[in-house]
Design a protein around this ligand. Structure first.
Ligand code: ADP
Length: 176
């Protein structure tokens, strides 16, 4: 699936579809997708969203979901039993008719070295050969995620401490 997606992105065939969507529905979907895995690994999986006045935002719900699924899949993959994975959505500002939502995916997993952080968004790159050996994977998920961020013009970033955990964030702007 990753490889298919990437060829579509590279060929410029990634269609953006900006429409009203329900933020709670998106969060419930994500909860459903990961609740079993959380239970199996005895992980705490927290979803936090501020009580927004509105439930509907404008955006590409499919792409937002794909981004969150990619980030959460990694968070679950790289966090051992009894760890903690969370997804938080905050509304930063509402300037005029523009909503600015900050999504944060945090985990208490293996973390990423400073050198790894410079490479993980590149195609086929993983943090280290130890990671490749132990966890498998294609090294494509984050390059797809980055391509989606860039197509939408979302700012994004990552902070990590080896052995402690990782936080990915991105800021989605919604123009009504
Ligand atoms: P894959 O997960 O298939 O290896 P990705 O592109 O999704 O590929 O991620 C690239 C690399 O970034 C991973 O192999 C891993 O080394 C590192 N990484 C990504 N997310 C995390 C995370 N939450 N915790 C630790 N390492 C991570």
């Amino acid at each position: 699936n990753d490889v298919l997606d990437f060829s579509r992105i590279e060929n410029g065939k990634l269609q953006l579809s900006i429409q009203p969507f329900s933020l709670p529905a998106l969060l419930y979907d994500l909860y459903d997708l990961f609740a079993n895995e959380a239970a199996q690994k005895s992980l705490i999986f927290s979803l936090y969203a501020e009580p927004f006045e509105e439930e509907r935002f404008n955006g590409d719900a499919l792409h937002l979901k794909q981004i969150c699924v990619n980030l959460l899949s990694n968070a679950f993959k790289f966090t051992g039993e009894h760890g903690h994975v969370s997804l938080t959505v905050r509304k930063l500002t509402a300037r005029g008719r523009t909503n600015v939502l900050e999504f944060t995916v945090s985990d208490t997993g293996i973390g990423i070295s400073p050198d790894g952080l410079t490479r993980i968004f590149n195609m086929f790159e993983q943090e280290s050969s130890t990671v490749t050996h132990r966890y498998g994977g294609s090294g494509l998920g984050l390059s797809i995620t980055k391509a989606i961020f860039q197509q939408h013009g979302f700012r994004f970033g990552v902070q990590s401490t080896l052995g402690k955990g990782t936080t990915f964030w991105f800021i989605a702007t919604d123009t009504k």
